[in-house]
Design a protein around this ligand. Structure first.
Ligand code: NAP
Length: 330
């Protein structure tokens, strides 16, 4: 695989012994292909089976040598797998669970990478046999790109991966999945699924909606021309356009499957926006200054936490940006 200088291969991360004999990835887009690359480069699995619904995607994955076997048949792909990771849009979780359920090996770990957790659990759990370990997961790492060619080995390095295990989850299976994601480079966190959905609604889903909205608003302007919007985009607009370029299918599904949390966050956001409007209308400079000072501190804290690069232009020149399906640093 060719690595761009922006995504250097990590050193010292190659395991002596693979964690899984057979790892199956259902879906081989940005996230699936990044897992495949990390798993291959770091000796995480002996055999990587790749499944995708369209033959074009599968051929692309094969050309990129992302796996050891390829099939459009998800049921076929999961046979004998020790670990199956579902990497499809969250709205396709139920149909995927139905397709793989009869073919799963007893004792296999079944996980996913969906940006929403409660809905994925509700869609998948009823169809999975009781003799497999279903452990939902969400790597909070990504970019606005899609497809097998967009992934890279270091996508998960120093990013968080949140597991939302169900009650009575087998500890050994949980440990193995934790080891798997840690080997992919992630820092591990565990959370209740509903709490995950609230946290991600504010940190990821709402920022994407705001970006989609502001870019749409600029597009509808009549008094400011389109060429002016493009020409002066470095004033701030450009940074929203990156989030607003994120995959439409993925984000449609996130909105539809995290409806309650998202509506709650949108309501709070609208209230705060109204307060901001009032501060401007009544020339409350102190209120504006206090808010902007506080938010500047939040950015500093994100940089200090290693979740952003402290470079001019947000590291754009170095190509270091991620958007973490929301956490701008996908
Ligand atoms: P992607 O690059 O668009 O790849 C999507 C994959 O899912 C492709 O293999 C595609 O297959 C398959 N797929 C699409 N629709 C499907 C359907 N209806 N039924 C079965 N398979 C389908 O997407 P991605 O960015 O990797 O996202 C995958 C998952 O990761 C999503 O659940 C998303 O919420 C989560 N996630 C994304 C990010 C991010 O920043 N992108 C970050 C964290 C988590 P074909 O190409 O063969 O159609």
């Amino acid at each position: 695989m060719t690595q761009s200088p922006a995504h250097p291969v990590s050193a010292n991360l190659v395991l002596d012994e693979p964690i899984f004999d057979k790892l199956t990835l259902i879906g081989i887009g940005l996230i699936g292909s990044s897992i495949a690359r990390a798993a291959r480069a770091r000796n995480i699995a002996r055999h990587i089976a790749v499944s995708s619904r369209r033959v074009e995607t599968l051929t692309q994955a094969e050309d990129l040598q992302l796996g050891d076997s390829y099939t459009q048949d998800a049921g076929e792909a999961v046979k004998d797998a020790d670990c199956v990771i579902v990497c499809v849009p969250v709205g396709a979780s139920e149909q995927t669970a139905k397709a793989i359920a009869p073919h799963l090996k007893p004792g296999a770990i079944v996980s996913d990478v969906g940006s929403v957790k409660r809905s994925v659990i509700d869609q998948m759990q009823p169809h999975l046999p009781s003799n497999v370990h279903f452990i939902p997961a969400h790597p909070v790492a990504g970019t606005e790109k899609s497809g097998p060619a967009s992934g890279f080995e270091t996508l998960f390095d120093n990013r968080w991966c949140i597991l939302t295990p169900l009650p009575d989850t087998d500890q050994d299976a949980l440990d193995r999945l934790n080891r798997f994601w840690a080997a992919c480079g992630a820092n591990m966190e565990q959370m209740d699924a509903d709490h995950h959905d609230l946290v991600l609604a504010i940190t990821s889903h709402l920022p994407h909606l705001i970006a989609y909205n502001i870019v749409g608003t600029a597009n509808d302007m009549e008094i400011v021309t389109q060429s002016e919007v493009m020409k002066y985009s470095a004033g701030g607009f450009r940074d929203f356009t990156r989030l607003a370029a994120s995959d439409p299918t993925m984000w449609r599904d996130v909105c539809l499957h995290n409806k309650d949390a998202l509506l709650e966050m949108l309501a709070r956001f609208s209230e705060d926006l109204s307060a901001l409007q009032r501060s401007i209308r009544w020339s409350k400079g102190d209120e504006l200054f206090d808010l902007f000072t506080h938010t500047r501190g939040i950015r500093r804290a994100i940089i200090d936490a290693g979740q952003e690069v402290d470079l001019p232009d947000f590291g754009r020149q170095a190509g270091l940006q991620q958007s973490d399906d929301g956490n701008s640093s996908k």
